[in-house]
Design a protein around this ligand. Structure first.
Ligand SMILES: Nc1ncnc2c1ncn2[C@@H]1O[C@H](COP(=O)(O)OP(=O)(O)O)[C@@H](O)[C@H]1O
Ligand SMILES: [Mg+2]
Length: 309
C-alpha cells in the first residue's frame, strides 16, 4: 500500500514535484505516466526512502518514508532507471550478494525462488555482462523481489528493450502485480494501458489526470470524431452537419472535408448520411476516427505546459 500526500521536492530553486497526492492499494498495478522530466523518478526515489521530500508525506506499507525508512526499505522492492548490476558476477552470485547485503532471511531459498519466478534457471551461471538487456532487466526484477516486498517500484522497466523483450517484461510485471502492489513509471501510453489497472498522468510535477485506462479514454476523450467528405465545395454541408443530433462540433479540413465531433455513446453516422443525402450532397466518405489515449495524453500535457510558460 502506498499513501502519498502533498508531496513536494525542490532541487535547489527548482520544483521537481509539486504537491502530489495519490494512493495505491494492495495488489494494484498503478501506472505513473508522464513525459521526461515530469517527476516520476523523483517521486520513486522518495517512496523508496532514497531521499526525503521537501514537503508532504509518503507512507509505504503503513510506514513513513522519513521517520521509518528502515521499515520501508525492508518492505519495498525497487527497480531503478538504471540497475546497478555487476557485469563480472554470475546471476547466481549477484543475487546471493544482494540477498546478503539486504540481510534477506532464508537467503538461499529466496534466491532460488526469484530465479524460478523470473524464469532465469538456465541463466544462473551466466555472467551478467554477457546478458541481453532484456535478461538483465529480469535479473533486476529478481533482485527487487528478493525480500518478498509488499510494494514494488519499477522505474521505466521496459526502457531500452527490444519489442520481444518488452512483451516478456510486461508479462512478468502483470504476473507480479497479482501478488504485490506495483507502482510503475513509463512515458509510453500503450504500456500503461496494457499493464496498469489505474493510471496517474503526471506532468511538470503535478497529477493532471487519474483513472482506469478505459475510463480515462472515455471520460476525457468523451467524444468520437467522424470524418466526412462530400463532393464539391459543399459549403452548405457544415451547417447541415451541425444540425444533426449528437453533433458537438464541426471542423473544416479542406474543400468538402469535415471533422465532426459527436457526444459519447451516440452513433451519428446514419443521421449524418441521411441529412447530407436529403440536401442532395454526394457522400464520398463517412468513417469514425477514435480518439486514442495518446491524443488525451498529448492534450493534457500540452495544455498544462501552455498555462505554465
Ligand atoms: N538530482 C537532480 N538535481 C537537480 N534537478 C533534478 C535532479 N533530478 C531531477 N531533476 C529535475 O527534476 C525534474 C523531474 O525529474 P525526474 O524526476 O527525473 O523526471 P522523470 O523521471 O519523470 O523524467 C526535471 O526537471 C529534472 O531535470
Ligand atoms: Mg525518470
Amino acid at each position: 500500500m502506498i499513501e502519498v500526500k502533498d508531496l513536494t521536492k525542490w532541487y535547489g530553486p527548482r520544483k521537481a514535484i509539486d504537491g502530489l497526492s495519490f494512493n495505491a492499494s494492495k495488489g494494484e498495478v498503478v501506472g505513473f505516466l508522464g513525459p521526461n522530466g515530469a517527476g516520476k523518478t523523483t517521486t520513486m526515489r522518495i517512496l523508496t526512502a532514497f531521499m526525503p521530500p521537501s514537503q508532504g508525506t509518503a507512507r509505504v506499507a503503513g510506514y513513513d518514508v522519513v521517520e521509518q525508512s528502515l521499515e520501508v526499505r525492508r518492505r519495498i522492492g525497487y527497480l531503478p532507471e538504471t540497475v546497478p548490476l555487476y557485469p563480472e558476477m554470475t546471476v547466481q552470485e549477484y543475487l546471493d550478494f544482494m540477498a546478503a547485503l539486504r540481510r534477506v532471511p532464508q537467503a538461499e531459498a529466496r534466491v532460488d525462488a526469484v530465479i524460478e519466478r523470473m524464469h532465469l534457471e538456465d541463466r544462473s551461471e551466466s555472467y551478467i555482462g554477457r546478458l541481453s538487456k532484456g535478461l538483465r532487466q529480469r535479473v533486476g526484477l529478481a533482485q527487487a523481489l528478493l525480500n518478498q516486498p509488499d510494494v514494488l517500484i519499477l522505474d521505466e522497466p521496459t526502457l531500452g528493450l527490444d519489442p520481444a523483450q518488452v512483451v516478456e517484461v510486461r508479462e512478468l510485471i502483470r504476473e507480479i502485480g497479482r501478488e504485490h502492489t506495483v507502482l510503475l513509471s513509463t512515458h509510453i501510453l500503450s504500456e500503461a494501458q496494457q499493464i496498469c489497472q489505474r493510471v496517474l498522468i503526471i506532468n511538470k510535477g503535478r497529477i493532471v489526470a487519474e483513472d482506469t485506462p478505459e475510463r480515462l479514454q472515455s471520460r476525457l476523450a468523451g467524444a468520437e470524431r467522424i470524418a466526412v467528405r462530400v463532393a464539391g465545395e459543399a459549403s452548405a454541408a457544415e451547417g447541415i452537419l451541425r444540425a444533426v443530433r449528437g453533433v458537438i462540433s464541426v471542423g473544416t479540413r479542406g474543400p468538402g472535408q469535415f471533422e465532426v465531433e459527436t457526444a459519447p455513446g451516440t452513433e451519428a453516422r446514419p443521421a449524418i448520411a441521411r441529412a447530407l443525402i436529403k440536401a442532395d450532397l454526394d457522400v464520398l466518405e463517412l468513417h469514425t476516427q477514435g480518439i486514442s489515449l495518446e491524443d488525451i495524453f498529448l492534450e493534457l500535457t500540452r495544455s498544462e505546459s501552455g498555462t505554465e510558460s
